[in-house]
Design a protein around this ligand. Structure first.
Ligand SMILES: Cc1cc2nc3c(=O)[nH]c(=O)nc-3n(C[C@H](O)[C@H](O)[C@H](O)COP(=O)(O)OP(=O)(O)OC[C@H]3O[C@@H](n4cnc5c(N)ncnc54)[C@H](O)[C@@H]3O)c2cc1C
Length: 460
């Protein structure tokens, strides 16, 4: 594809230049020094800036909160910080449709929805991401019938390479099927696009009435969890579990809606449990263990004895989100739902056989199929399996070997978490891959929105 030479921006940057021109992600494993790091003040300015950048032959990437482990948000050219394009724009209470700026951080969004008597139907396990960043990589929570974040989006305002704002909405009559011009594919492409189609300046959310959740944490024998996996996921609105490698006890977490009144943990209890014990002491223990990897199996078996039953009733978003300060690397794969328990069993066996020094727990969640073209759960109900390694410890060789197990199920990686795939290995795993490629050619023929990661996973 012909590219014009990259020129400096003629756009007036005086108001927009934001901070030092280095950007690092949350995990600290990805950083870049873009030529320009700009925070547009509003949506009009964003459009003008993108159009100017394209005319100058520049490459543009957008950073959300930097909670991806991959280089999805990196740029050596123009990096946009859309944190000023945030907050509630429009509310339609009867339908629950709420339009918000793409840079809205989930924690702020949850509080704003709560004050309107609304909530997101499902969320992941932290609330620090932006709404646009989280949908762009297919961020999910858990629940056999509870949608991931992209599936909770009814419309998107997308600033394309020429600065035009496309208002993409669900087709009023989905049964009519895709039109010849592919226009009905646009929203299904834009919901999960890893920043490759343009800048999401606003999203319209399909919210639900605010609700409370009852969360129960309970240790269970792993054999039983794997054998009863289908029953447990069917019996609970949101079911997940954690398992430390080398142990036989899983920590199950069930969250179900309740009409009971919130009984949140006190501030001190929360601080002690989440900040001191789980994060600070956990971090110290992982650092110590990392120095002597041979003790991992014994330490894991010892500490799994201390898993205990816990309960919480709270407003839904507070029950979904956890507090995380321990830095780590993560790989997460979506495999067809029916192979989840089997795949996890193979991963645990491999870790044991190879004596891999992985001390952090593996997380297992379920997500229903969505219809987004390159969503990891596109067209199939899935079990997500996430492997973690403490920051500073070697992870590549272990993740690479474990990835082969996911490959054998046609596993699809979380776009924001480590993996070793390329466009070539990924294309056959997504039935609608070519449709996405057509949308990309149509919306970004100049490949303004590309970086090394996007080129690797989606191709030139
Ligand atoms: C501690 C931790 C916990 C996590 N928990 C979960 C979880 O429970 N479930 C889960 O699925 N994932 C989880 N993740 C992964 C995380 O949700 C995703 O990586 C998410 O994409 C991060 O959002 P962000 O706002 O930080 O975006 P970034 O990581 O900054 O960017 C992600 C992608 O979105 C693009 N993007 C950002 N903003 C825009 C925009 N306005 N327009 C167009 N493109 C844009 C970027 O270019 C990039 O391609 C977790 C990550 C961490 C570090």
């Amino acid at each position: 594809m012909p590219r014009s030479p990259s020129r400096p921006l003629t756009y007036d940057l005086r108001q927009q230049q934001s901070g030092p021109a280095t950007w690092t992600n949350w995990a600290g494993n990805q950083s870049c020094s873009p030529r320009d790091l700009i925070r547009p003040a509003g949506r009009a300015e964003l459009s003008e800036l993108v159009a100017t950048a394209t005319q100058a032959g520049r490459k543009v990437a957008v950073a959300g909160s930097g909670h991806s482990f991959t280089g999805a948000a990196l740029s050596d050219d123009l990096l946009l910080d859309v944190s000023s394009i945030a907050g509630v724009i429009e509310v339609d209470l009867p339908s629950g449709l709420v339009k918000v700026g793409g840079g809205t951080v989930l924690a702020d969004l949850n509080r704003a929805l709560d004050s309107l008597g609304l909530a997101m139907a499902n969320l992941g396990d932290i609330d620090s991401q932006t709404i646009a960043g989280s949908i762009s990589t297919g961020t999910h929570g858990t629940g056999a019938a509870r949608p991931n974040l992209p599936a909770q989006i009814a419309a998107i305002d997308l600033v394309t390479a020429d600065g035009e704002v496309l208002e993409l909405a669900e087709s009023p009559d989905p049964d009519t099927g895709p039109g010849d011009d592919g226009s009905s594919d646009l929203l299904r492409a834009a919901r999960v696009a890893i920043g490759s189609l343009g800048v999401i300046s606003a999203v319209t959310l399909k919210t639900v009435p605010a609700f409370n959740l009852h969360r129960v944490d309970e240790p269970m024998p792993l054999d039983r969890v794997l054998a009863d996996f289908d029953e447990l996921t069917a019996a609970n609105e949101h079911f997940e579990f954690f398992i430390f490698p080398y142990t036989d006890t899983a920590l199950t977490i069930c969250r179900n809606s309740t009409v009971r009144q919130p009984a949140p943990r006190g501030r001190f209890e929360r601080y002690l449990g989440d900040v001191v014990i789980e994060n600070a002491l956990g971090d110290l223990a992982l650092r110590a263990i990392g120095k002597v990897p041979s003790v991992i199996p014994r330490t894991a078996r010892f500490s799994s004895r201390f898993m205990s039953q816990a309960e919480q009733i709270d407003v839904s978003h507070r029950c979904f989100a956890n507090y995380r300060t321990i830095r780590f690397n993560e790989m997460e794969y979506a495999v067809p739902r029916e192979f989840g328990a089997e795949a996890l069993g193979r991963v645990l066996d491999l870790i044991r056989e190879e004596r891999m020094p992985l001390a952090m727990p593996i997380e297992c969640r379920v997500v229903p199929a969505d219809d987004n073209l390159i969503s990891p759960v596109s067209g199939r109900d899935s079990t997500y399996i996430a492997i973690h390694q403490h920051a500073g410890q070697e992870w590549q060789p272990y993740f690479r070997e474990i990835e082969r197990i996911f490959d054998s199920y046609g596993g699809r990686p979380h776009w924001g978490k480590h993996h070793f795939q390329t466009a070539e290995t990924l294309a056959p795993r997504y039935p609608e891959w070519d449709r996405f490629a057509k949308v990309r050619d149509r919306l970004d023929p100049t490949r303004t929105f590309t970086n090394e990661y996007v080129r690797t996973v989606l191709g030139d």
